[in-house]
Design a binder for this molecule. Structure first.
Ligand code: HEM
Ligand SMILES: *[C@@H]1O[C@H](CO)[C@@H](O)[C@H](O)[C@H]1NC(C)=O
Ligand SMILES: *[C@@H]1O[C@H](CO)[C@@H](O)[C@H](O)[C@H]1NC(C)=O
Length: 468
């Protein structure tokens, strides 16, 4: 080793630091207008604010502190010094970003991760492809169509109730002190029931997951989603995003699991699509109406509607991707909401009692319970339920306090000026009274803090963090 190399290796960190300092303080500061607005200091070299902003156990306190110190348009640091982001808790800014879906897209990084799991459905598509999928799917989500799905939701609700009742009846009696009291894992059971509902409502498929957890398609989805939310190695996730080709050459254990699940889904759900297709064309030939009421049938019907130009139709593969998307987007969101609502009610027994009497006041009198209702009676029961004031408030309040989608991210596909309703703070902490906008360069990430807004004391008052 020559003196030169020794010197260089000693100096390397110093040189790197100088480059970093120049980059941080001169280059980005010069070029990135986001650098000019207030935000928390970066805690060190290549440190970022992603953990405090995205981790639900601390994020409400973090947002509160940010708003006090830096206002409602906050500069935060993403993965590196080149990645200055906007975290906005300003209602006008959020409306601007979410309504401008041509300028603000979902970042390709998250779209790639979602696509690798469930294919390119409505959650990950953008632009023309997204518009085409939305157009075909929208009629299926009309309020009239959703209403026809209500009886099956009732049916699954009673099935779960019966299951729990039987567990309670069969449980060892309290006088047998050698046994622990019965405990029911509500989260797990509600998730099984939610899968059942989405299977039937989504594509007319019976998982029978309240009964047992053996259905092949159920297991495939369940396992695939579990792998996807379990926190794997960060380096592996990075490789899956930035070097998917290398990743697929060297699949790790969870990747092989996902591939195995995808094969099952492809086979079973693919069959379902073919069956539906056949039924729709049979119905057309015989002139009798096709009665499938699930989202898949409705989506496939609107996809072959004669007034839909051929270029606007979606392929069988896209249909499969959207089945996967319904499962992915609909199952955890709904089951977590239900579980949290039950917990919040248990913690607030007075509200639980009032809700219970509100619901009992419209419960069907007939001995057979919900199953024995006629179609007409079910519809009118649904109308009564939809108009229960306390039930409505409980659902909204629970979704506010514990939103199942904590936050989302958009990326600016061009330079833009985002309007704000509150003054913007300058980098040095001064409030820029007259300024009501933030300039973001193309490529900037914007954090849309769903939970941040929901728990904002500036909007809801000092009791924003309690269930009221
Ligand atoms: C409590 C229940 C639910 C909540 C809180 C919820 C919340 C959300 C949120 C916040 C988004 C936007 C995500 C983003 O832009 O980053 C979204 C998108 C979506 N959700 Fe849900 N969701 C729920 C249930 C469902 C169900 C049951 C389904 C389907 C059966 C579903 C299907 C979708 C689809 C397809 C999208 C993408 C829409 C598009 O990009 O055009 N969701 N959901
Ligand atoms: C979308 O963004 C453009 C450019 O910033 C703006 O002029 C327009 O008003 C925005 N549209 C909405 C609906 O916010
Ligand atoms: C009481 O506990 C014992 C031991 O676990 C069990 O064998 C027995 O069946 C239980 N009795 C009842 C009434 O559940």
């Amino acid at each position: 080793m020559t003196i030169g190399t020794i010197l260089i290796s000693l100096l390397a960190p110093i040189i790197a630091y100088i480059f970093y300092w120049v980059y941080e303080n001169l280059i980005t500061a010069q070029w990135n207008p986001l650098h000019q607005i207030g935000g928390p200091p970066v805690p060190g070299w290549f440190k970022n604010h992603l953990y405090p902003v995205l981790e639900p156990s601390i994020s409400p306190k973090v947002y509160e502190m940010f708003v006090k110190k830096y206002g409602r348009s906050i500069r935060i640091r993403g993965v590196g010094p080149w990645d200055e982001r906007l975290l906005t808790l300003d209602p006008i800014s959020v409306a601007h970003v979410l309504k401008n879906s041509t300028i603000y897209e979902k970042p390709w990084q998250s779209r790639r991760l979602i696509t690798s799991l469930i294919g390119c459905g409505m959650l990950s598509a953008e632009g023309q492809i997204h518009r085409r999928q939305r157009r075909v799917a929208t009629p299926a989500f009309s309020i009239q169509n959703l209403r026809t799905l209500v009886p099956l939701v009732f049916r699954k609700g009673s099935e779960l109730k019966d299951r729990w009742m039987n567990m309670i009846i069969d449980a060892p009696k309290a006088d047998n002190d050698s046994n622990a009291p019965l405990s029911i894992d509500v989260c797990h059971w509600v998730s099984r029931a939610t899968f059942d509902v989405i299977g039937l409502a989504g594509f007319g498929y019976e998982f029978n997951a309240i009964k047992d957890e053996t259905n092949e398609l159920f297991c495939a989805y369940k396992e695939m989603f579990e792998v996807s939310i379990s926190q794997g190695k960060i380096t592996r996730t990075m490789m899956n995003i930035y070097l998917p080709f290398v990743s697929s050459l060297f699949p790790d254990k969870s990747m092989r699991t996902v591939q195995r699940c995808q094969q099952v889904i492809h086979r079973v759900a693919g069959q379902l699509i073919q069956e539906n297709k056949r039924k729709i064309s049979d119905a057309e030939k015989t002139g009798s109406p096709f009665l499938g009421r699930d989202l898949l049938s409705l989506l496939m019907k609107s996809n072959v509607a004669t007034d839909l130009p051929a270029k606007d139709r979606i392929s069988d593969e896209d249909i499969l991707n959207n089945i996967n998307t319904f499962m992915f987007a609909g199952s955890d969101t709904s089951s977590l909401t239900l579980t949290w609502t039950l917990l919040l009610l248990a913690e607030n027994p007075d509200i639980q009692m009032r809700l219970r009497s509100e619901l009992l006041s419209i419960a069907p009198a007939s001995a057979g319970g919900l199953e024995s209702l006629t179609e007409e009676e079910t519809r009118s029961l649904y109308d009564s339920i939809a108009n229960m004031p306390l039930l409505n408030n409980v659902c909204r309040e629970s979704l506010r306090l514990v939103p199942p989608v904590h936050s989302s991210i958009r990326v600016a596909t061009q330079d833009d000026v985002i309007p704000t309703s509150y003054p913007v703070h300058k980098r040095n902490g001064m409030v820029h009274e007259g300024r009501r906008s933030v300039t973001v360069p193309k490529g900037s990430f914007v954090h849309v803090a769903v939970e941040g807004f929901n728990l904002d004391k500036g909007i809801w008052g000092e009791d924003a963090w309690s269930f009221k």
